[in-house]
Design a protein around this ligand. Structure first.
Ligand code: IPM
Ligand code: MG
Length: 351
């Protein structure tokens, strides 16, 4: 029996999670596995009414689950940084979800902003380190508010944190069995301490993976190639901050945030899956948001829990639904949020 914690969260989060759970129910029936879900009300509403964001005890409760499905975090009435740090980043850090896995895959029939690029051209995966770098929150102010104010924000790379991320990426690249090429994306020409550590660790770990070709891009060049030659990539491994940025670029070339899914993975612990897009306040409650990113995140969740065939089945169903939709964008799909969920459910059985 798989135990799944559900944090629907803010804005359109509950709407997309509802569809992901609808598809989960159907695929569990077809693939014959059992699961139970428990919902948690963490998010902006609870914060605004009680002042609570997420306590250590609540994180401990989540450790008992096999996985977490997350909708979205963020609300226009809550100052930026509060929920992001107190909820999303706290979960990633406290549960040591040291990998942020973000596939960039153009599905059939999905409109791509890049001229002449087809599904076979856009199919790679970004492994973003998820617990270090500029995200650790180290730094501070001196003389705040004065003309002599100093602000620092420290970039942290540890050998342990970098190496475990690199090893995950090499293993994934081997498993993908595509071009067998792992590209490190960093900025070694400027970040001569932190990214020197990455570079040395990358080359040392590579010795354990003679079957994988190693490759390197500076992050600015990577942005260029992702637009010009996305077919070049197989697996990318990168730092937390650069990964944050290039995965939004990745989301756009795969058809937008409506379809982009990600997993915050602790290979030895509890992982959390989420659509990359945010809470989309202006579409909240209108039944127009695209649930496919959440459905794809749920498929990643199934695979990570060891239910590979179920995860594959969901992804195949999504690939049968994308050609029927007018657009991946909210309000332009040609279907409502719930109808897209229904279409995926129906497509699960037609193999
Ligand atoms: C993401 C988001 C988060 C991040 C924000 C909301 C803190 O942009 O998941 O990519 O920067 O990691
Ligand atoms: Mg981001």
């Amino acid at each position: 029996m798989k135990k799944i914690a559900v944090i629907a969260g803010d804005g359109t989060g509950p709407e997309v999670v509802r569809e992901a759970l609808k598809v989960l129910k159907e695929v569990a029936r077809l693939e014959n596995f059992k699961y139970q879900t428990e919902s948690f009300d963490f998010g902006a509403e609870r914060y605004m009414s009680t002042g609570k964001i997420l306590s250590d005890e609540e994180v401990d409760q989540l450790r008992k689950f096999d996985a977490i499905l997350l909708g979205a975090v963020g609300h226009p009435k809550v100052a930026p940084g509060i929920l992001e740090k107190g909820l999303l980043l706290k979960l990633r850090f406290d549960l040591d979800q040291y990998i942020n896995l973000r596939p960039v895959k153009l599905y059939p029939g999905v409109d791509c902003p890049l001229k002449n690029k087809k599904p076979e051209d856009i199919d790679f995966v970004i492994v973003r380190e998820n617990t270090e770098d500029l995200y650790v929150g180290a730094g501070g102010f001196a003389h705040k508010g004065t003309p002599h104010e100093v602000a620092t924000q420290i970039m942290v790379a540890t050998r342990h944190g970098v190496e475990r991320c690199l090893r995950y990426a090499f293993e994934l690249c081997r498993k993908r069995n595509d071009k067998k090429m792992l590209t490190l994306v960093a900025k070694t020409n400027v970040l001569t301490f932190a990214h020197d550590l990455w570079w040395r660790a990358f080359n040392e770990v590579a010795a354990d993976y003679p079957d994988i070709k190693t490759d390197y891009n500076h992050v600015d060049a990577c942005c260029m190639w992702m637009i010009k030659n996305p077919e070049y990539y197989d697996t990318i491994v990168t730092t937390n901050m650069f990964g944050d940025i290039i995965t939004d670029l990745g989301a756009m070339i795969q058809g937008g945030l409506g379809i982009a899914a990600g997993g915050n993975i602790n290979p030895q612990g509890v992982s959390m899956f989420e659509p990359i897009g945010g809470s989309a306040p202006k579409y909240t409650g209108q039944n127009v948001i695209n649930p496919l990113a959440a459905i794809c995140a749920m498929a990643m969740m199934l695979r990570t829990m060891g239910l590979e065939t179920a995860g594959d089945r969901v992804e195949r169903a999504v690939m049968k639904v994308t050609p029927k939709m007018k657009s991946m964008s909210a309000g332009k799909m040609g279907y409502s949020t719930a109808e897209v969920g229904d279409l995926v459910c129906q497509a699960l059985t037609k193999d």
